[in-house]
Design a protein. Structure first.
Length: 267
């Protein structure tokens, strides 16, 4: 949410940021030994969540209990819902932009239900490297703790490409999961927009879990916050915190409006 501030702090201390998120760890591993100028594009992968393949009309009727049934990862409620809406992937695109310095036109995402390939890096000569492994956070955490070395893992699960096949990839359905596109656009706008997106999304997810709004309405809540706050420049941490507070207030008001519209009550 304050990517530029984090980079500035790291640069001032001569520090290197080593990500633990599995997708960004994968990119880091693929980039080892290569100059950034040799990279054409990076592609993050998404499991697709529990509603992969559903259309927008179907998503008006899903319940929080269904959204919490992730097919691959065992996570907390908030992140699990983010995976269902693909908001988490938008946040990861923003994260990749800051971590690796690529423009948004060179960062993409695809749905990969098996969660075996964690990211791709395509080079200017057309070669593509991918980091693969079973979906466990133990691997990227172990790699980060020992970076740049690799250590033996006594609990290592040997990868079997035959038993793990087939590996499939799909485009993200932008119409069914608009929070992905909203998040990427927030990243492109820059300034405080990513912080606004994040804060609005947190309010929206909680409202959905509390059954105050329906699944597709989460995008409406976040959109209202983004339009209301805008994309002011970020110079210090307080700028991020101020945007966060403003976004939460607007998002909460949006939730109230949607709730009243559904129940037929007045303010």
């Amino acid at each position: 949410m304050g990517g530029a501030l984090v980079l500035r702090a790291a640069g001032g201390k001569g520090a290197e940021i080593v990500p633990i998120d599995s997708e960004h760890s994968a990119v880091l591993q693929c980039l080892r030994g290569y100059d950034r100028g040799s990279v054409q594009r990076i592609t993050l992968t998404a499991s697709g969540g529990p509603f992969r393949g559903r259309n927008l009309e179907d998503l008006w009727h899903v319940r929080p209990s269904e959204a919490l049934q992730h097919p691959t990862w065992d996570m907390g409620a908030k992140i699990t819902v983010d995976s269902a809406t693909l908001a988490n992937k938008a946040l990861e695109v923003i994260e990749a932009h800051y971590l690796y310095g690529f423009g948004y036109d060179r960062i993409g995402a695809v749905v990969h239900p098996q969660s075996i390939v964690h990211s791709f890096v395509e080079f200017v000569d057309g070669s593509v490297l991918a980091q693969m492994g079973f979906p466990t956070m133990e691997l990227p955490i172990l790699y980060a703790l020992n970076y740049p070395e690799r250590v033996s893992d006594a609990a290592l699960r040997t990868y079997d490409p035959v038993r793990s096949s087939p590996l499939t990839f799909e485009e993200i359905d932008a119409a069914a999961f608009p929070l992905f596109g909203l998040g990427v656009k927030a990243g492109q706008r820059g300034g405080c927009a990513p912080a606004v997106y994040n804060a609005g999304n947190e309010i929206a997810v909680q409202a959905f879990l509390d059954e105050r709004i329906r699944f597709p309405e989460m995008a409406d809540v976040v959109s209202d916050a983004l339009e209301g706050v805008g994309a002011h420049e970020v110079h210090e941490v307080e700028d991020v915190l101020a945007a966060d507070r403003a976004a939460r207030k607007l998002a909460a008001q949006a939730v109230e409006r949607l709730e009243r519209a559904r129940t037929g009550t007045t303010a």
